[in-house]
Design a protein around this ligand. Structure first.
Ligand code: ZN
Length: 353
């Protein structure tokens, strides 16, 4: 497509949107609940960039899922994603979906490759003022989030004629979060705390752009069964992609047994205090009616039983618990139940309250 026709398309789209889409600038109150569209790059048959044992499609999904959790845990926002699993989605389907939904902003999450180091972000070359505001809000907040964990090079705010930036008719920014084929960058991308910090930075940038950012978000983290270094289970636990209600790429399952063989989700609790713990599991009539979730509270272990036959594919609260600070196996899914059916371990979310 010629650049002239691209510019024309953007202009026509902006005109067509007209009064329906008020320009959103930092500090201006929103009339309605903001609609945030998150686009984890690649997926399914398209792994994106690969290197150092990592695939771009997995990292972008991890960051975007955590970003969604942080946004939903801290502000009143609608969040929609181009994919929530390891699915193949075309570029046209992504932008068509965001346009049809009426997204107020669009953030596409990617990992860089080709040799280099650091963080950079992109907007469309002929972007309007609202897009520039989003870019100016997002870029430094993501960088600050990353730098809360490690030293990260700022490669700057750039422009590019990318499909997702060109064909979206709302402010859109694409982030390139370190280089998968550079060992030092890849080592950061393997760290759960770096992924969480990257997601938190994106959330703070989006919130700042929307004028939502006081007070700053409370701590919230999500641990999936695939989160590197944050999940452990014995070989008795199988891995499944059977249910479409799964969180992330897959989940773990085991037969009930009257013995201790828990699958553990490890969380670095930043400070002593009260935290809400939510769990995500796919549901199936063949799953367990009384799956024990064990929580290591400041006052000792506490067990909450969850019927995993129904109400799957969403966050379910186990309650609010007083937790001690520190990094440890915090939530376990125990096999020790006399009820029949597989016990499922998929994802855990911990949010400061
Ligand atoms: Zn990419």
């Amino acid at each position: 497509m010629l650049s002239e026709s691209i510019v024309r398309r953007r202009t026509l789209l902006a005109a067509a949107a007209g009064a329906m889409v008020a320009p959103m600038v930092a500090g201006r109150a929103q009339a309605a609940v903001p609609r945030i569209y998150l686009d984890p790059g690649h997926g399914g048959t398209d792994p994106g960039a690969v290197g150092n044992g990592l695939q771009e499609k997995d990292l972008t999904l991890s960051i975007a899922l955590q970003l969604r959790s942080i946004l939903q845990a801290n502000w009143s926002v609608d969040v929609r994603m181009s994919r929530t699993t390891d699915a193949t989605v075309s570029l046209a389907d992504r932008t068509n979906d965001a346009n049809a939904w009426g997204a107020g902003l669009f953030v596409s999450v990617h990992i860089n490759s080709g040799g280099g180091t650091g963080f950079e972000s992109y907007r469309y070359p002929a972007a309007d003022a609202a897009t520039i505001n989003l870019h100016n809000a997002l870029h430094p907040k993501v960088l600050a989030g990353m730098r809360s964990v490690a030293t990260v090079t700022d490669r700057g705010q750039k422009t590019a004629n990318f499909h997702v930036l060109r064909e979206t008719n709302m402010p859109a920014v694409l982030t390139e979060n370190l280089f998968i084929d550079t060992v030092a960058d890849a080592n950061l991308l393997k760290r759960a705390d770096f992924i969480t910090a990257t997601a938190t930075g994106h959330a703070q940038g989006i919130a700042y752009y929307l004028g939502l950012s006081t007070p700053p978000p409370t701590y919230s983290t999500t641990v999936d069964n695939a989160t590197v270094g944050r999940f452990t289970a014995s070989s008795n636990w199988g891995t499944s992609t059977y249910s479409a209600q799964r969180y992330g790429a897959d989940y773990r399952y085991a037969n009930p047994v009257l013995a201790s063989d828990a699958a553990w989700f490890k969380v670095n609790v930043p400070a002593a205090g009260n935290y809400r713990i939510d769990v995500w599991h796919p549901a199936d009539p063949g799953y367990n009616s009384a799956t024990p979730y064990v929580i290591l509270t400041a006052a000792g272990n506490q067990t909450v039983y969850v019927d995993q036959r129904a109400n799957g594919g969403t966050w379910r609260s186990l309650g609010t618990f007083n937790l001690a600070a520190g990094d440890r196996d915090l939530v376990g899914v125990s096999r020790w139940t006399s009820a029949a059916g597989y016990v499922i371990a998929d994802a855990v979310r911990v949010t400061q309250v």
